[in-house]
Design a protein around this ligand. Structure first.
Ligand SMILES: C[S@@+](CC[C@H](N)C(=O)[O-])C[C@H]1O[C@@H](n2cnc3c(N)ncnc32)[C@H](O)[C@@H]1O
Length: 409
């Protein structure tokens, strides 16, 4: 078994030698984000055919083109405001940003003129790559190392699955220890008063950074949408499974190829939605990627409001199949859209007062947390949308849902 980057391993071992077993979140943080040797922070991560794994973005430009159509619709819905901001977090080499900006420039010039693109990137090596990738859009793009207030859209593709998780269950936690040359898990009782996972006792995952990310983005979004695309499960189906990938192979253990492999965890969508609602955000839609992208494509090809139809080339067809096919990326990925202070524009581009805060009563929130996200009847898979929320193109369903059940308020 290849252990990985020797310098990184030395750092982690030294930490354990000094203070005893560490949480898996700390281990994952060091493996991915150690300032010098982390898989992401060192710039070692490679995505795509010659890298370690594929993402929606690495499939080709179509993904960004489809999302651009969704962004245009949102911009129109918000009253075509100037300095409309797309904030992307987890932008890797900037490919998605470039696909979006190229598509907007070509297909939606009015939107392009109003657009600013902000990348939240804490790692200098990635910022450099992004700025090379986005050279032609130097006037449109800005960088920040943390989230700042914005009005528009927050977008992320596979950000949440890369945030460090603790492995806790009930009163127990799996910690990382060393024995001889090897790392191994040891189980310990949580210290009294420590935040324990609310998941049932047969599941092990507690993604505190993901919940803190929700708090942060909810506070920084002044008005608009948050669109998070990732692979995960709802509460009733959630099984914590650490995934480790290198060179398109799933490795058996996070203790293999440390610093050379990606480590991820399925996203627990239910806890994300619960936290979002606690922050006053509303669910604008939740579905699988297949249905989300199909909704956008329907608008494009039926000559709907989203502009000209898709390019018709063999590459586009191949990309479409990879993104949509249930056995490829179509069902593995889900799309969650949250909204804040979105109101109907009135004539002249002025806005009505924001809708009333939709915070759910505490008791309902607790009840909701124990249930899976509600389905709305069609299509199959997990779909959910808040009552009263106007649906975005990506959440357009073939027929009106007959069975809209919403959370009791
Ligand atoms: C799985 S990669 C996804 C890359 C890209 N979005 C794609 O789909 O091809 C996860 C990315 O999230 C980034 N990331 C993790 N935590 C972050 C944070 N707090 N702020 C910004 N980016 C972060 C990592 O550096 C990494 O580039």
């Amino acid at each position: 078994m290849k252990l990985g980057n020797p310098d990184l391993i030395r750092c982690i071992r030294a930490e354990i030698d000094k203070q005893g077993p560490i949480s898996f979140a700390r281990f994952m943080h060091q493996a991915l984000y150690h300032p010098e040797h982390g898989y992401y922070s060192s710039g070692r991560c490679a995505i795509g055919r010659t890298g370690d794994y594929f993402t929606n973005v690495s499939v080709g430009p179509l993904y960004g083109q489809l999302l651009t159509a969704q962004f245009v619709e949102i911009w129109e819905q918000l009253g075509k405001i100037d300095n409309f901001m797309i904030v992307e977090q987890g932008a890797h080499d900037g490919q998605f940003a470039r696909d979006v900006l190229e598509s907007a420039q070509k297909r939606a010039p009015e939107f392009f003129a109003a657009l600013r693109y902000r990348i939240v990137e804490p790692f200098p090596v990635l910022q450099e790559r992004q700025s090379r990738m986005l050279e032609q859009f130097r006037d449109k793009v800005e960088w920040r190392d943390s989230l700042q207030p914005f009005l528009g859209i927050h977008f992320s593709n596979e950000l949440l699955d890369a945030l460090p998780v603790r492995l806790t269950s009930g009163e127990m936690e799996k910690l990382v220890d060393v024995e001889g040359d090897n790392f191994l898990f040891v189980e310990r009782a949580l210290s009294q008063g420590a935040a324990a996972s609310k998941l049932p006792s047969d599941r092990w995952a507690f993604n505190q950074p993901a919940l803190e990310w929700v708090d942060d983005v909810a506070a920084k979004l002044q008005r608009g949408y948050i669109i998070a695309i990732d692979y995960g499960r709802l509460a009733d189906e959630f099984q914590a499974r650490v995934q480790v990938r290198a060179q398109h192979r799933n490795l058996d253990s996070p203790f293999e190829q440390i610093g050379y492999a990606d480590i991820t965890m399925h996203v627990d969508w239910s806890s994300i939605v619960e936290r979002a609602r606690a922050n006053g955000l509303r669910v604008a839609g939740f579905t699988d990627q297949h249905h989300f992208l199909t909704g956008i494509i329907a608008e494009l090809t039926e000559g709907g409001s989203l502009g000209p139809s898709l390019p018709d080339s063999p590459e586009t067809k191949r990309e479409l199949q990879t993104l949509l096919h249930p056995e490829m990326l179509g069902r593995a990925f889900q799309v969650l859209a949250l909204e804040k202070n979105v109101a109907e524009p009135v004539k002249g581009g002025q806005l009505l007062k924001p809708k009333a805060d939709s915070a759910v009563e505490r008791s309902d929130r607790r009840r909701w947390a124990t249930q899976p996200i509600r389905r709305i009847g069609c299509p199959p898979g997990a779909e959910w949308v808040d009552a009263e929320v106007r649906r975005l193109a990506g959440f357009k369903f073939e027929r009106e849902p007959r069975d809209v059940r919403t959370v009791p308020r």
